[in-house]
Design a protein around this ligand. Structure first.
Ligand SMILES: C[S@@+](CC[C@H](N)C(=O)[O-])C[C@H]1O[C@@H](n2cnc3c(N)ncnc32)[C@H](O)[C@@H]1O
Length: 225
């Protein structure tokens, strides 16, 4: 199946649609994964920061789900740092019961994209919750089948809180997919090679060399090393 991504921030000359929004603007990009056409709205204003982009790591994780024909039907899924929500929305369209999370100010963007992309009849399978790593994680249960995260490994000050959150949310049967852009400046390679393996069995399942993106599959090590 073909995957089409129209990325305005990558300099592509594909059409993009922009609408005025209070204090900023909304930019729309179109993607196709697993036979679903996704129209993703980005709120571009002073408050959204890195959340106002669809990152290559997110696209790579969606492509990985497509390539591996991953089916989330009946599975309990949580996404960390959803941003626009592209990954969690696809997981939901692929059958998952998905909780999409991010910092509180980002949730309106995720909710907007859910309303654009998820048919009303399926909305009961999606929910959006604030989850700041290392602060709110204990309000969530530890019974997820899948934990998803794309481009959430980019700021070393957040790494301890991210590990604490992943360790809380995962149980022995949880499959974690993290898709990361390799950024030596932020010590993301060392985080993946040295820190995460202390707590999780980690496997590289996909490498997108052209974009410097790696997709990791992880499971929790339940006896400490
Ligand atoms: C680079 S963006 C990636 C967004 C999206 N997953 C994607 O691939 O396009 C990182 C996301 O992680 C969220 N994030 C960063 N630090 C966080 C924290 N401490 N707690 C919760 N979310 C956080 C940001 O708000 C942002 O939406």
């Amino acid at each position: 199946m073909t995957t089409v991504a129209i990325l305005e921030h990558s300099g592509d000359k594909e059409p993009k649609e922009e609408r005025a929004a209070a204090g900023g603007y909304i930019s729309y990009s179109n993607f196709e994964f697993c036979g679903y056409n996704l129209k993703i709205a980005r709120i571009v204003d002073d408050t959204m920061g890195v959340s106002a982009y669809v990152w290559e790591a997110g696209i790579a994780l969606c492509r990985y789900f497509e390539k591996e024909d991953i089916n989330f039907t009946g599975k309990k899924v949580i996404e960390l740092g959803s941003g626009t929500g592209i990954v969690g929305i696809l997981a939901s369209l692929l059958g998952g019961e998905v909780t999409m999370t991010d910092k509180p100010k980002i949730l309106r963007q995720i909710e907007n994209n859910i309303s654009i992309n998820i048919p009303f009849a399926c909305r009961h399978r999606v929910n959006v919750q604030p989850l700041v790593w290392g602060e709110d994680h204990t309000s969530f249960s530890a019974d997820y089948d899948f934990i998803l995260g794309s481009d959430i490994v980019y700021s070393s000050v957040c790494y301890p809180a991210l590990v604490e959150t992943l360790r809380h949310l995962a149980n022995q049967g949880t499959t974690i997919y993290i898709s990361s852009e390799i950024r030596p400046r932020n010590r993301s390679p060392a985080f993946h090679k040295e820190v995460l393996p202390q707590h999780f069995e980690c496997q590289v399942v996909e490498t997108v060399e052209a974009k410097d993106v790696v997709v990791y599959k992880m499971t929790k090590i339940c006896t400490p090393r």
